[in-house]
Design a protein around this ligand. Structure first.
Ligand code: PLP
Length: 396
């Protein structure tokens, strides 16, 4: 904390100040990069004190690094979490959150709409480690409860989902998990701490791909797991053994990105709503999937559980050719995967986030070739709308 920052400060303030006390760093107002792997101990007694946990200090950067720790404290403050651990990517955070909770013979209940590579992890890798993955037939809490057995250790959900931007009822899932003695693990990447607080809604562990909104500039891969200090102990112990930690240089960029998180997210939310309303009113566009629209299946739940609806949306075109055309005809939207950066992106999810999911499984998930996904950046909404208008021109 800086000299006057407090945990009660509001999100946009914490994003600038949390995790950094300039007085501890020669007055520096941005966190210095501690590009050192080894930290020398004053003497053997001092080293023993740190090793045994009697004193706080730094020994080796895979375990603890001052720059990394500052960013972890900033993120924990944004989430109102006791603790946060950074990982080298969102996927490293997914595996880092789950590894300490699961062993051979255990079961994980997964909700159906999850990130493509997480889906691959659940179908190809977890079963090889002796973990049975049970897939709920829908996001409805009743269908999730139907998959729970006495071997269930984890219920795993993502909210909002990608690319259909469905919202999952977190308090209901937390009740199901806790009644079964299991943990609720939530990937909250597409919401972010300004729009939703999964830990306050009952999640035991919250995962972020910090690559997305938290860093926000499309230039750093990063992941995080947030939760209670008691939960994070095992996560940190795993990350030291697994080694998928962040480099201090990349962490410095992440901290610079997080400083503007409040500003950027406000704009993503505004642009998301504007673009979704524009698309919903366009004659060439079919159903628009955006929780800020009153006709979205989960609008009521979203309004209860979230304070903003983000920049991610998807929409149906009349044909696969029309979908392809819109993607190619935009001028300002870069064609590619990811979400949450300052730049707007467009893609057919089958070619990006769900490329690794077999086509028949994709269709089962409601992700057909007519679907187009947009991540609204922080550009001027008028320019984005003009661009979409011309791209949709020939599709009527
Ligand atoms: C991008 C993403 C991930 C993976 O994060 P990486 O940083 O790319 O490893 C996981 N979950 C969700 C919801 C994502 O959008």
């Amino acid at each position: 904390m800086t000299k006057d920052a407090r945990h009660s400060d509001r999100l946009g303030t914490l994003a600038v100040h949390a995790g950094l006390d300039p007085r501890a760093h020669e007055g520096a107002v941005t966190m210095p990069i501690y590009q050192s792997v080894t930290f020398a101990a004053p003497d053997t007694e001092g080293l023993e004190a740190v090793n045994s946990g009697k004193a706080r200090g730094f020994v080796y950067s895979r375990v603890r690094n001052p720059t990394v720790m500052a960013a972890e404290q900033r993120l924990a403050a944004l989430e109102g979490a006791q603790s946060a651990a950074l990982f080298a990517s969102g996927m490293a955070a997914v595996t880092g959150a789950l590894a300490p909770l699961l062993q051979a013979g255990d079961e994980l209940v997964a909700l159906p709409d999850i990130y493509g590579v997480t889906l691959r992890y659940f179908t190809e890798l977890l079963p090889r480690q002796g973990v049975t993955v049970r897939w709920a037939t829908s996001l409805a809490p009743g269908d999730v409860a139907a998959c729970v057995t006495e071997k269930t250790r984890v219920i795993y959900a993502e909210t909002p989902t990608n690319p259909l931007v469905r919202i999952v009822d977190l308090p209901a899932l937390a009740a199901i998990a806790h009644q079964a003695g299991a943990k609720l693990v939530v990937d909250g990447t597409l919401g972010g701490p300004m729009n939703q607080r999964p830990l306050e809604l009952g999640a035991d562990l919250l995962i972020h791909s910090a690559t997305k909104y938290l860093n926000g500039h499309g230039d750093v891969l990063a992941g995080a797991v947030c939760g209670a200090r008691s939960e994070l102990r095992a996560v940190r112990s795993f990350s030291q053994a697994n080694g998928g930690v962040m480099d201090p240089h990349a962490v410095w960029l992440l901290m610079r990105g997080m400083a503007t998180y409040g500003l950027r997210m406000t704009r993503h939310n505004e642009n998301g709503q504007r673009l979704a309303e524009f698309l919903a009113a366009h004659p060439a566009v079919g159903k628009v999937h955006y929780p800020g629209l009153a006709n979205h299946d989960d609008h009521a739940l979203a309004a209860k559980q979230m304070t903003g609806f983000g920049g991610l949306m998807s929409f149906e075109m009349a044909s696969a050719e029309a979908a392809r055309h819109v993607v190619d005809a935009t001028r300002l939207f870069a064609i590619g995967p990811s979400v949450g950066g300052v730049e707007s992106l467009i893609s057919q999810p089958g070619n990006t986030s769900h490329y690794s999911v077999p086509p028949e499984k994709r269709r089962e998930m409601g992700i057909g070739d007519t679907l187009v996904r947009i991540s609204a950046g922080i550009e001027e909404a008028e320019d984005l709308i003009e661009d979409l208008t011309q791209a949709l021109e020939d599709c009527k």
